[in-house]
Design a protein around this ligand. Structure first.
Ligand code: HEM
Length: 155
């Protein structure tokens, strides 16, 4: 595999990161906007709700690009990166991103969905909104951690 091919994989990696981490951030901002509209005008909030659902597919597309390009780079340099501490920690953080993003977010998300379907705003909803925000903030912090690890490459 030539250096050009490796660099193409790295560019794809950055594109995937932009899509996935960018979507995570926009999801966070849009959810805030959605909830404030939801409290006053449910009909209007439907537009943002549908937009939030549509955003989710970009998380998958971004993750796919990150994984495919990451694996392509590792095919060439696995002996170099595989042995280094930053890379090993990065893989653990990646696992946490998957658990937090797919597992916890879906669990809290489906609870939230059932609250949103009800007419009255239940008291317990505030707790679920808080949990949802915590999951979103953790996800962004995990991304930040991967950026630091990948750029500084501590060994
Ligand atoms: C959410 C997941 C991931 C994020 C946010 C992420 C982020 C990054 C960032 C910011 C860089 C530095 C890019 C640069 O030097 O300009 C990088 C480099 C790298 N990533 Fe990832 N990465 C992720 C997943 C993966 C996976 C799954 C693999 C391998 C299977 C991987 C392999 C690599 C390698 C080998 C480099 C070093 C490239 C180089 O400096 O030549 N990454 N990653």
């Amino acid at each position: 595999m030539s250096a050009t091919f490796y660099n193409i994989a790295l560019v794809t990696h950055v594109v995937g990161i932009t899509i996935m981490a960018g979507t995570t951030f926009i999801d966070f901002v849009t959810f805030r906007a959605f909830y404030s509209v939801f409290k006053t005008d449910r009909d209007k909030s439907l537009v943002l709700k549908n937009y939030l659902y549509k955003l989710q597919r970009f998380l998958g597309i971004g993750m796919l690009l990150i994984l495919a390009s990451g694996i392509m780079m590792m095919v060439k340099l696995h002996e170099v990166w595989g042995a280094q501490l930053w890379f090993r920690i990065k893989m653990v953080v990646l696992l946490l991103i998957v658990i937090n993003g797919l597992g916890l977010r879906r669990m809290v998300g489906s609870k939230l969905k059932s609250f949103l379907a009800n007419q009255a705003i239940a008291k317990e909803m505030d707790g679920t909104i808080r949990n949802f925000t915590i999951v979103q903030v953790i996800q962004m912090l995990l991304f930040l951690l991967i950026y630091v690890l990948s750029v500084f490459k501590f060994n």
